[in-house]
Design a protein around this ligand. Structure first.
Ligand SMILES: Nc1ncnc2c1ncn2[C@@H]1O[C@H](COP(=O)(O)OP(=O)(O)OP(=O)(O)O)[C@@H](O)[C@H]1O
Ligand SMILES: [Mg+2]
Length: 361
């Protein structure tokens, strides 16, 4: 191999697959390198046909070739792995698949965002917290466990299906530095999901066990409201999970949330804290806060569960607009009051001690 070819391969070894997070060379994705005068042609094998990240991989390879001595022109030719090649790859990847989030002793911090009542802002908190943790430099995944009422893909701006390498190897989709998996990525948004409990549980198991999350610091789990099938499965399977409860200031919302907190404690999960959402609305002209809902739901819930109140999020139009557009407020309006609250929440979560309690029943 010439010095120039060595240099090319060395640089290719620095290009990682955006989803598998490993060098293309290690994944067997670089089929060949051909130098012809000042032109280099790199043949890349993609894992699946219609790979959504084809353009990004081509761009990354092209960029990596820039500056190689004597090369003025780069061509990237792509093809798709044969089923045998893909099987070989999945077999090689199988051992690394399980930095599994359900495994005992796993170092990933699982944060289950729950509530008693629906519509209090769980998904909003889950998504903004996840992005805020990613902004702190943490490796973050979001598992949307709200199978019927999924809303995470729209909120975080994911609009494509995940790559499925094999039945038990699903690659999460990245958005805003966060890895995401959701039922919403597997069905169309308008399609109703009408499943009974066992199917729900099976899909959740897949999301926990078969998604290649990689080496995460945090897995933020967005739950459906209440203590139904999904909440129970999460509580049973994610022992190391800690629960973040979201409530509005209303007593009705916080009272129902107490039950969710108690259930979590019963299975040995710790209630990390409480977030009160829609706490107040700040007048855009005079700056005076107005409380839209009566009550001190956040404080009361925190006191009832012996957990800290970690933040009060105001009502802001940019939160709901951002939710609809896939642009979380912490990303689009980092200087806003809500983004500051989410930022402090992320810091509090990140600095919280993370010991796992043993089940009491
Ligand atoms: N602080 C806020 N300011 C403005 N709008 C908000 C705020 N929090 C949530 N919303 C909006 O309220 C609606 C409900 O929020 P969200 O979907 O996060 O609640 P949820 O608890 O996840 O609901 P569900 O129980 O249906 O899953 C969304 O349209 C969201 O954009
Ligand atoms: Mg939700």
């Amino acid at each position: 191999m010439t010095d120039q070819e060595q240099e090319i391969w060395r640089r290719l070894a620095e290009v990682t697959d955006p989803e598998l997070h490993r060098p293309l060379t290690e994944l067997g994705m670089v089929e060949s390198v051909q130098v012809n005068g000042q032109k280099v042609t790199v043949a890349v094998k993609l894992t699946t046909a219609g790979c959504p990240l084809k353009g990004r991989i081509e761009g990354d390879v092209t960029k990596a070739m820039a500056g190689v001595q004597g090369i003025a022109d780069v061509a990237v030719v792509t093809s798709v792995m044969t089923p045998e090649e893909r099987q070989k790859l999945t077999q090689e990847l199988r051992p690394v698949r399980h930095s599994s989030v359900t495994k005992e002793g796993s170092r990933v911090r699982v944060l289950i965002v729950g509530s008693g009542k629906g519509g209090v802002g769980k998904s909003t908190v889950a998504v903004n917290l996840a992005v805020a943790l990613a902004q702190l430099g943490r490796a973050v995944g979001v598992l949307d466990a709200d199978i019927y009422g999924f809303s995470v893909p729209r909120m975080i701006g994911v609009d494509r299906r995940p790559v499925v390498l094999s039945d038990d190897m699903i690659l999460p989709v990245e958005s805003l530095g966060v890895q995401v998996i959701s039922m919403g990525m597997l069905v169309d948004e308008g399609t109703p999901v009408m499943w009974r409990g066992p199917m729900l549980t099976k899909l959740l198991e897949q999301f926990m066990g078969d998604v290649m999350w990689g080496d995460l610091d945090y897995l933020v789990v967005d739950s459906p409201p209440g203590t139904g099938d999904v909440a129970i499965t999460l509580a049973q399977r994610l022992h190391q999970g800690q629960v973040l409860l979201v409530t509005t200031p209303q007593v009705a919302a916080s009272k129902v949330a107490v039950r969710v907190g108690e259930m979590a404690k019963k299975v040995g999960q710790r209630v990390l804290g409480v977030v009160e959402n829609m706490s107040y609305l700040r007048c855009p002209s005079c700056g005076e806060p107005t409380r839209l809902f009566s009550g001190e739901g956040g404080q009361e819930l925190a006191a009832a569960l012996g957990a800290p109140l970690l933040g009060k999020v105001p009502v802001e139009a940019a939160i709901s607009e951002g939710g609809d557009l896939g642009q979380p407020i912490v990303f689009t309006h980092p200087k806003s009051e809500s983004a500051a609250v989410f930022g402090l929440l992320a810091k509090a979560v990140d600095e919280a001690p993370w010991q796992v309690e043993t089940a009491v029943s």
